[in-house]
Design a protein around this ligand. Sequence first.
Ligand SMILES: *[C@@H]1O[C@H](CO)[C@@H](O)[C@H](O)[C@H]1NC(C)=O
Ligand SMILES: *[C@@H]1O[C@H](CO)[C@@H](O)[C@H](O)[C@H]1NC(C)=O
Length: 294
Amino acid sequence: MAPLVAFLLSLNLLELIHGASGVTIISSDKDVEVNEFDKATLPCEYVLERGTQARLEWKRIAGEHISFVYFGEQIVEKYRERATMLGHSIELQRVTRADTATYRCEVTAKQDVKIFAEISFKLVVLVPPATPTCKVPSSAMSGSTVELVCKESEGSPPSVYTWYKDNVVLMDVSAKASTANNVSYTLNRSAGTLRFNPVRKSNSGTYYCEAHNKVGRSERCSLKFMQINDLDVTAIVIAVVTITLVLLLCGLGLCYACRRGYLGKSRSAKSNAATRTNTPPAGEDFKHTKSFVI
Ligand SMILES: *[C@@H]1O[C@H](CO)[C@@H](O)[C@H](O)[C@H]1NC(C)=O
Ligand SMILES: *[C@@H]1O[C@H](CO)[C@@H](O)[C@H](O)[C@H]1NC(C)=O
């Protein structure tokens, strides 16, 4: 145990004597935001403690997917056209929205005490939002839950959404305030949803939404009217109308059949069939059934 502690202490001592602790990156790790088709500079300047040799790698990380940008002392094929090394930093020309990702600079200095250092940048290529599409039901029953959805997929950074009812912006309301002010909606501005739970007749109106991010604001989606009906009235009206229609149709059908004489014909057809099969008289049939039952 003692020799190990002594060894570790001496390592620390060495670090102190040398003033710093191995390879050190001196660039700051601010996130980088650039407009589409501009150039982006990802800085990675470092100092080594000993030696002069260090291995430098640049990686691109998008979700689970990791690929190289700079590896084996050269820019990889895919980026050769538009990436240049400025010292250990990378300059990417003509960035597109597809370049939005995290980029990581990794430095390995075998001769240093601390042999590894890295720095990551989130590169966001700014794209204004497209005109969103809005999903608004044309009608619903009061008392039910209704969700309106606003969505666009170009904005970078991702858009936030604003809903309007009859040209008035719908404000965020906390759950507490919503009971106090008698409003029954919840907004999720990043998801673009406007949820009525429950929806009321007074929520009927014309709705539209807009998307915006730090780059710009979209056009509004096309206006949509939402009609909220009271459940009982509608149900009654529908029931009455349906019954009336059915009765009317039956009546008309009967009249038509009478006039054409279809009913008379079919009756005589039935009686013909009865005589042909020689059914026993009704009386006998009744007796037979009775005895069988007893
Ligand atoms: C809330 O509004 C609805 C209709 O808009 C009304 O029927 C109800 O009485 C109101 N409730 C309160 C607590 O004001
Ligand atoms: C809004 O929606 C997003 C994505 O659907 C979800 O992650 C987030 O938790 C929601 N926020 C609220 C306050 O419900």
